[in-house]
Design a protein around this ligand. Structure first.
Ligand code: MN
Length: 253
């Protein structure tokens, strides 16, 4: 099995090495990651400046590739330049932090997996959901390897990917696995206003998640209850119900 492993936390991130170690027994793992952290870069690609691809080493001395680009650039360069378009699986992660609900499109991790899906490769994004800085990567990495084997056997539908979120807990404290749908995350207190030393205002985007207990079967709920969530995601964002209703709209050019 030929696996392209990337992330959005950068080539030095501990979650990347943890994933690599777990995936290694499955076959050949090519690591290609941004040279610096690129979290919340979404599905951005680099069009207006050169892209560099440099040899790098992970903390354990194993070889990797670092790019000057975004996570999606990493997938494209890995697929076309490093792996000659022979890729059986794209794995993005293990990301330090949740990628749940509507946050997916902000996520460089999930969008790297989406890039893999566009290239026709089964792709999974894996994130660890922790609260106070410390991240437990072991269970998420072991689960990524398990899921990789399952995806190899079962395959995914074209234009789809899997988005996985794992509670940052020891393996025995994780309650199980749930197949979920994408939750509807909304935040309040989204902007924090501060004042710089010269008296001018500046802002931090942050926010606290609005609790929504009606959001049954969602990734958010599963993780909150201590389960691993696995959400199948599709590229087609067409609102099919609205499209059907629009058949009755009257409009002329
Ligand atoms: Mn990240």
């Amino acid at each position: 099995m030929r696996i392209l492993l990337t992330n959005d936390d950068g080539v030095a991130a501990p979650g990347l090495l943890s994933a690599k170690n777990a995936l290694d027994p499955l076959g050949e793992v090519v690591v290609v990651a941004p040279e610096r952290p690129r979290s919340a870069s979404g599905h951005a690609i680099t069009l207006h400046k050169p892209l560099r691809l440099c040899e790098a080493v992970l903390a354990d001395g194993s070889p990797a590739w670092a790019t000057s680009g975004t996570p999606s650039d990493c997938v494209t360069l890995g697929f076309d330049v490093l792996m000659n378009q022979r890729v059986d699986l794209v794995v993005a992660g293990i990301n330090a932090g949740a990628n749940l609900g509507f946050d997916l499109t902000y996520s460089g991790t999930v969008m790297a997996a989406m890039e893999g899906a566009i290239l026709g490769v089964p792709s999974i994004a894996v994130s660890v959901v922790g609260e106070n800085g410390h991240m437990e990567y072991g269970p998420a990495s072991a689960f990524a390897a398990k899921l990789a084997r399952l995806v190899e056997r079962e395959g995914l539908d074209r234009w789809t990917l899997l988005n996985v979120n794992v509670p940052s807990r020891s393996a025995e404290d994780i309650r199980g696995v749930r197949f979920t749908r994408q939750g509807r995350t909304q935040y309040d207190e989204r902007v924090e206003r501060r004042t710089d030393p010269w008296g001018r205002a500046y802002y931090w985007l942050s926010g606290s998640l609005v609790e929504d207990d009606t959001d049954h079967g969602s990734d958010v709920q599963a993780v909150k209850e201590g389960y691993i969530s696995v959400t199948p995601v599709q590229l087609d964002m067409t609102a099919t119900q609205l499209l059907a209703r629009m058949k009755d709209w009257e409009i002329t050019k």
